[in-house]
Design a protein around this ligand. Structure first.
Ligand SMILES: *Cc1c(COP(=O)(O)O)cnc(C)c1O
Length: 374
C-alpha cells in the first residue's frame, strides 16, 4: 500500500491543483468515521449515527483541509506571507502550514474570545498574533482591507481554495459508507464548511450546485461520479449567533461555542443554496444544549470534541425528538474540532478532581463510593 501523504496527493485530480505542484501538507485528512455505538441505544433511537471526527487532523480541526490547499496555492503564486482573521482554529492551522512552508503568518483574533489551545498553537508555530478590540467580523473586514495595501495572501474561506480542500471530507464519508448518508449535520459559523461539504457531495453525485462558483483563473478539475444521491444537509447555529436561522446579521454574537461566534457569515448565500438544494434546514441550539451534548458524547462514546462541534449532534438529537429526522436514517455529524482546543470549557463543566491523603484507605474509600453498583 502506498503511504498516505495528505489530501492533495490523494485527490489531486479532483482538486484545482496542477499535476506538478508541490503540496504543502501535514498529512491532513483521512480522519475516521466513527459509528456511535452507545448513544442510539441509550436514547432508544433506531438510527445509524456516525461521527466524522475532524478533530483528528494535524492541528485538531477540519481547517487543515482548506489550509493545505490555500497555502499550497499561495506558495505556488510566490506569496511570502499569509494573513487571516480567526475565531481560533483558522489561525492555528494557518500558523502550522505557514511554518511548514517557511513563510510568515499574521493572524487577527478577537481579544479574550479565543480558546486557550488555539491561541497556544498560533503562538507556538511562530505566527504574529494580533489581538483586536473587536469581534471576528471586524477582523474579517480588516484582513480584506490590509490585503489591498500590503503584500499578504488571505487564507480565510473567502479564499476559494479553502472550500475546495474542505470538500474532500464528503469524498471520505462516501468511501467509508459506500454511499452518501441520508443526512449530514454540521455546525455553521462562516458557513464555508457546509458549502464545501455540499460541493463535495454534489461532485460525487455528478450534480451541479449553485453553491459552487469557480472564480476566474481557477484551474478546472475532474468531477468523478461515485454515487447516485446526495444527503440532506442540516446546519446548526448557536442561539446567540444564529444569523442564518434568523435571516439577518447578528450585531454582537455570543456563545460558548467560540468557533461559531459569527454574526455575518462570509458564505451565507452558498450555505442557503446548499441547504435548499438538499431539502435541508438550519436550526439553533442553546449553549446549555451544546455543552450537555459535548459531555454526553465524551462520556458515552469516548469522543472529546469542542463545544462548536457538539452542536451538530445536539441539533440532530433535537430534530430526532421533533420527528424531523425519520427512523432508520443514516446520519453523519461532522465533529469539526478536538475538545483539547478548549480546556477551560471542559473543566468548567466537569466534576472537580478529588483530593485525598496518599493512603490506600482513602483511595479505597473513593473507589467503593464510585464503583458501579451491580
Ligand atoms: C471554523 C469552525 C467551525 C465553523 O465552520 P464554518 O466553515 O465557519 O461554518 C465550526 N467548528 C469548528 C471547530 C471550527 O473551527
Amino acid at each position: 500500500m502506498e503511504r498516505y501523504t495528505g489530501l492533495i496527493d490523494k485527490y489531486r485530480d479532483r482538486l484545482p491543483v496542477a499535476a506538478g505542484t508541490h503540496a504543502v501538507s501535514l498529512n491532513e485528512g483521512a480522519t475516521p468515521l466513527i459509528e456511535l455505538a452507545n448513544l442510539p441505544r441509550l436514547l432508544r433511537r433506531d438510527v445509524r449515527l456516525c461521527a466524522k471526527f475532524e478533530g483528528l487532523n494535524p492541528t485538531g480541526s477540519f481547517k487543515d483541509r482548506g489550509m493545505t490547499m490555500a497555502v499550497t496555492q499561495a506558495v505556488e503564486g510566490g506569496a511570502r506571507a499569509i494573513i487571516c482573521a480567526s475565531t481560533g482554529n483558522t489561525s492555528a492551522s494557518a500558523a502550522a502550514y505557514a511554518a511548514r512552508a517557511g513563510i510568515a503568518c499574521f493572524v487577527l483574533i478577537p481579544e479574550g474570545k479565543i480558546a486557550l489551545g488555539k491561541l497556544s498553537q498560533a503562538m507556538m508555530h511562530g505566527s504574529v498574533v494580533i489581538q483586536i478590540r473587536g469581534n471576528f467580523d471586524d477582523g474579517m473586514r480588516l484582513v480584506q482591507d490590509a490585503a489591498r495595501s500590503v503584500p499578504v495572501s488571505v487564507v480565510n474561506s473567502i479564499n476559494p481554495y479553502r472550500i475546495q480542500g474542505q470538500k474532500t471530507v464528503a469524498f471520505e464519508v462516501i468511501e467509508a459508507l459506500g454511499d452518501a448518508p441520508d443526512y449530514h449535520a454540521l455546525p455553521v459559523g462562516n458557513a464555508g464548511n457546509i458549502t464545501a461539504h455540499w460541493i463535495g457531495y454534489s461532485e460525487s453525485a455528478g450534480a451541479d450546485t449553485l453553491a459552487l462558483k469557480l472564480p476566474g483563473g481557477m484551474r478546472e478539475y475532474r468531477r468523478q461520479k461515485m454515487v447516485e444521491r446526495r444527503p440532506i444537509m442540516l446546519g446548526y447555529q448557536a442561539s446567540g449567533a444564529a444569523p442564518i436561522v434568523r435571516g439577518r446579521p447578528v450585531e454582537n454574537p455570543e456563545t460558548v461555542a467560540t468557533a461559531i461566534r459569527i454574526g455575518n457569515p462570509v458564505s451565507w448565500q452558498q450555505a442557503v443554496a446548499a441547504s435548499r438544494e438538499s431539502g435541508g434546514w438550519f436550526a439553533e441550539c442553546t449553549d446549555e444544549e451544546i455543552l450537555h451534548v459535548q459531555k454526553l458524547l465524551a462520556q458515552t462514546e469516548g469522543i472529546f470534541c469542542e463545544p462548536a462541534s457538539a452542536i451538530a449532534l445536539a441539533g440532530v438529537l433535537k430534530d430526532l425528538e421533533l420527528g424531523k429526522i425519520g427512523a432508520g436514517s443514516t446520519i453523519v455529524c461532522t465533529l469539526t474540532g478536538h475538545g483539547l482546543k478548549d480546556p477551560d470549557a471542559a473543566i468548567a463543566q466537569s466534576a472537580k478532581p478529588l483530593t485525598v491523603d496518599a493512603e490506600l484507605k482513602a483511595v479505597e474509600r473513593v473507589i467503593r463510593e464510585y464503583l458501579p453498583k451491580s
